[in-house]
Every structure is written in structure tokens, then in C-alpha cells.
Design a protein around this ligand. Sequence first.
Ligand code: AP5
Length: 219
Amino acid sequence: MRIVLLGAPGSGKGTQAQRLIDKYRVPQVSTGDLLRAAVTAGTELGRRAKATMDAGKLVDDATMLGIIRERLGQPDAAGGFILDGFPRTIPQADGLAALLQSIGQPLEAVVLMEVDRDKLFRRLTGRRTCRTCGRVFNVYTAPPPQPPPCGGQCATPDLFHRPDDSEATIGKRLEVYESQTRPLVDYYRERGLLARVDAEGEIDAVTARLEAALAGRRR
Ligand code: AP5
């Protein structure tokens, strides 16, 4: 399965991707996670990307296309992938299409995850992530079971609040989504790839709607 999860910050792309990887047996490819790993590792990419991410802006397209080319070239992505947070601009979408065409592996679907803007703020200010296993929780809507705080998968519970989840930066990220990423909705609709999913309500219910939207999309 080769799919893109498209949606505003906080729409649940990461949460749902983590659930779909078991069903489709393909990796989640989150460009946000790849960039945060580079920041933590202190690589040159991480040093360049950090200020941009903290400001809620987008890292440049050439850098992102280089990252995605390298990641999709790894063996675990040969049978498909769930793209989470990429593409985010028209040039990224064009670059992805060219890359996938060159290997004869076109996208099968792009799922737009729809959530009201007011709810996005609450989801993002309440988000907590386990630094050890990467699981995502929410102090309001999806609290981690206690103890241990990560839900039992980690010996060392270590929840953190992302620096770009402050209210000021969330506002900037939503602006950037509207101006630079929203145009991808028409881009993929015109190419017959877009499926819309109501991404509000219980997480299990959203997963069921996603699976229904993806059924029969295989090429
Ligand atoms: P990235 O990490 O991709 O952030 P994002 O797109 O802003 O998305 P989020 O991770 O914030 O949200 P999500 O949709 O995954 O929601 P989640 O499942 O966590 O990017 C970060 C930065 O990196 C960017 O700002 C940019 O600088 C850079 N970057 C990354 N990719 C780039 C690219 N391609 N080009 C350029 N720059 C790039 O859920 C959110 C919360 O809601 C959680 O707490 C969760 O528990 C909760 N929740 C989930 N579902 C539900 C539900 N149904 N009901 C209630 N609560 C829910």
C-alpha cells in the first residue's frame, strides 16, 4: 500500500499511521519524525532544520525531497509506505510523483483527514509523546495509562511536549498549512487520488473510517 495521510497539524496523521502499519505491513514515513531525529542527533540537517521547525515554518523543498528519496530507497519501503507529513507543497508533490513514476510505484491514495480548527489547538497543546517508543498521547483526549506513563511499552517512561506545540507556533503552523499545504487537496482531487475522512471522534472510529476509505484502492 502506497498512501499519503494529508491533514492539518494535529489532525491525527501520526496517530493513525501507527495503527495502519500493522494492517498494511508497510512503514510509517514521517518527515517530522525524521527531522526531529536529526535535531536530536545534532547532524548538520538537524542544526539547519531546528530554527525553521521551532518557528512553525516549512523546511525547504529540495532538502525534504532529498530526505524522502533516501528514505523510500530503504529496503523496508520496497513494498509500500504510509507518508505522514509529506508532501506539504506542490513542488514536493511533483517531486514525489516523479520519484514514484521512475520506480513504477505510483501512489494508490491520498487521505485528507478533516478536523475543525478549534479542536486542533486542544489536540496540539495537550499532546505528549513518549521519547523512548514514540507513542503519541494527549492529556485531554488520549491520556497515557498509569503507570508507566507510556502505556507499558517502555521500561523508562519519558513523555515530552513538542517545542512547536506552543500556542503561538501552532497558530503559525496552521497558517502555513492553509497557504502551502491546502492546495494539495485540489492537486490530488484532480488526479483522482483524494479520499476525505472525518477525523473527529473516537480514535478507533477514525481508524475504521480510514480503512473503509482505503479498501479497494490498491493498484
Ligand atoms: P510534523 O511532525 O509533520 O507535524 P504536523 O504535520 O504539524 O503534524 P503533527 O505531528 O503536529 O500532527 P498529526 O496530524 O501527526 O497529529 P497526531 O497524530 O500527533 O512536522 C513538524 C515540523 O517539521 C513542521 O512544522 C516543519 O517545520 C517540518 N516538516 C515536516 N515535514 C515537512 C515537509 N514535508 N516539508 C517541510 N517541512 C516539514 O495527533 C495530535 C494529538 O491529537 C495527539 O495528542 C493525539 O493523541 C490526539 N488525537 C489524535 N487523534 C485523535 C482523535 N480522533 N480524537 C482526539 N484526539 C486525537
